[in-house]
Ligand binder design. Structure first.
Ligand SMILES: Cc1cc2nc3c(=O)[nH]c(=O)nc-3n(C[C@H](O)[C@H](O)[C@H](O)COP(=O)(O)OP(=O)(O)OC[C@H]3O[C@@H](n4cnc5c(N)ncnc54)[C@H](O)[C@@H]3O)c2cc1C
Length: 504
């Protein structure tokens, strides 16, 4: 691999959902020298290991940062998975390909983030995908990311029975969650074709793109911090002390990684930084509005003879709790066959996993020190409000009712995890809080917003307030947790900022 494009015009840190898109789009201009530095391995377009391509294998531990986080008050330590590989978390995720809802983007505007209305972003969602189904108004036919709508014929018997149970319960059948309606139950759309999960590097950093002489992609390079001349970014220093100069630096290291780099660079809460011996450059609320979706799994053994478990991901009930406001859909119940379970007494398992997708509570990400190889302290503060606890309880009760519905009971043998789902609200809330997991949709550690917003770290194009030549473009800048999974929305963000900032 040549180093001939350094020093770079644009240096991108992190080759995940956003970074791979930016590297491909920005290097379309042959006069722009683009360098992408990724901490995990770079497999090129043809050497991805089977574990990363197999859509039924989720969160491959060989390509994970190995982070843990505080979930909530009774879940002191939960796994906080993040892909450490070219393609980032899109290479290890579940492959659900749903966009944030129009209502989510309206919420961004309510937080003072201009020009990210659904009408602004829909053209980019359409342009990034290729899908043969759905209405043209919502769908693209020729973009890089394949999106396939699962149908009844693709689902396992248990997935289909779940949909039938939810419909019998009064929920609407949704044929296309990326179309006009989301309130109801249906099969997932996925970025999986013939069992292969298509991560962002696979589809954006193709052999043709990588052959561009003005693009350098380097794996195995962990970035420590940003270098500055005054308030202008001039490059980065890596964990092993190497310096890479650039005219423009974009952090796309994800909601945990980009925030940690900003903090190590002296951009963050000044008092915290000073206590760590890091000289503050700007007192900005980096890491102060971390969000993700609290997740609670109820796992059942499948009845012997009905143990089909592929595809793992099947169906979704996207609905509103009784306390949801303004057209929000704040609950997800996901029907999935989890992999890697310690034991499967009947040969197959099935989960109904409940997520509170519009939490009120937010958490924090802090450093313990300056060492770039030490994981940050991640506190999700899940169910940190009474309203969040009540809504999650309602969701888990709904999942339990669906599992007991005559449409689904012929598929399910026994409740495996947790040991019991008590009727009593206080007891069930305790079971939920003790068993929380992370849905995997970390956002908002460097939220977009105006310079006078107490929450904002970057402007509506990802530029860090108060600095020149420094942007964050990844899930960190999403103003607050969307009610959806986050991969397509993060790819859209990268596509749109690449277009608005670097093409026009
Ligand atoms: C287990 C799991 C399942 C998920 N399932 C789904 C799903 O089904 N559908 C969906 O839409 N979303 C899903 N998500 C979420 C989605 O994948 C993420 O929101 C999205 O990938 C985030 O993109 P990003 O660009 O912000 O970060 P990432 O894709 O995580 O990319 C960040 C990249 O930066 C690199 N990096 C970090 N720090 C450094 C550093 N210091 N130096 C150099 N490189 C660095 C990382 O190695 C990584 O490659 C899931 C996530 C996980 C973890």
């Amino acid at each position: 691999m040549s180093n001939s494009v350094e020093p770079a015009d644009v240096l991108i840190v992190g080759g995940g959902s956003a970074g791979a898109v930016l590297a491909a789009r920005l290097s379309e201009n042959p006069a722009r020298r683009v360098v992408l530095l990724e901490a995990g391995p770079d497999y090129g377009p043809t050497r991805f290991p089977a574990a990363l391509l197999d859509a039924d294998r989720i969160a491959d531990l060989d390509h994970d940062w190995g982070y843990t986080a505080r979930g909530g008050r009774l879940s002191p330590e939960v796994a906080a998975q993040r892909g450490k590989v070219i393609g980032g978390s899109s290479a290890v995720n579940v492959g659900a390909a749903h966009r944030a809802r129009a209502r989510d983007f309206a919420g961004w505007a309510e937080q003072g983030v201009d020009d990210w209305a659904f009408t602004d972003v829909l053209p980019y969602f359409r342009a990034l995908e290729n899908t043969p189904t759905g209405h043209d108004e919502f769908h693209g036919r020729s973009g890089p990311m394949p999106v396939r709508q699962l149908t009844g014929a693709d689902l396992t018997a248990a997935h289909s029975a779940f949909i039938d149970a939810a419909v019998a319960y009064g929920h609407k059948r949704i044929a296309d969650f990326n179309g006009s309606e989301q309130d109801g139950v249906g099969a997932f759309a996925v970025n999986v074709v013939d069992g292969v999960r298509h991560n962002s590097a696979l589809v954006y950093l193709t052999a043709e793109v990588r052959a561009r002489p003005n693009l350098l992609v380097r794996g195995g390079v962990t970035v420590d911090r940003v270098l500055f001349r005054g308030t202008k970014a001039t490059g980065v220093v890596t964990a092993d002390g190497a310096v890479h100069h650039a005219d423009d630096v974009i952090l796309s290291a994800g909601a945990y990684g980009s925030a940690a780099i900003l903090l190590r660079s002296g951009i963050g809460p000044a008092a915290d930084l000073t206590s760590l011996g890091i000289e503050p450059r700007a007192d900005l609320p980096v890491g102060q509005h971390l969000q993700d979706h609290p997740f609670f799994h109820t796992i059942y053994t499948l009845v012997p003879g009905r143990t089909q478990t592929s595809p793992a991901l099947g169906a979704l009930l996207w609905t509103a709790s009784s306390e949801a406001t303004d057209g929000d859909l704040d609950l997800n119940i996901v029907a999935v066959h989890p992999n890697g379970a310690p034991f499967m007494p009947t040969g197959g398992i099935f989960a109904l996993s409940t997520a509170l997708v519009l939490p009120d509570a937010h958490g924090t990400l802090r450093l313990v020190g300056r060492d770039p190889m030490t994981q940050p302290v991640i506190d999700h503060n899940f169910l940190g409000t009474d309203r969040d606890r009540r809504r999650m309880l309602e969701g888990v009760r709904l999942a339990r009712e669906l599992a007991r519905h005559p449409a689904l009971t012929p598929s399910l043998a026994d409740l495996l995890i947790p040991h019991e789902l008590p009727d009593d609200a206080t007891q069930l809330t305790r079971v939920i809080e003790s068993g929380l997991a992370i849905y995997g949709h970390a956002t908002s550690t460097a939220p977009m917003g105006t310079a006078d917003s107490p929450r904002a770290v970057v402007d509506s194009r990802g530029a860090v307030h108060g600095f020149a030549a420094l942007r964050v473009v990844d899930a960190s800048i999403i103003p607050s947790s969307p009610s959806s999974v986050t991969n397509l929305t993060t790819i859209m963000l990268a596509e749109r900022i690449a277009d608005l900032v670097y093409t026009r």
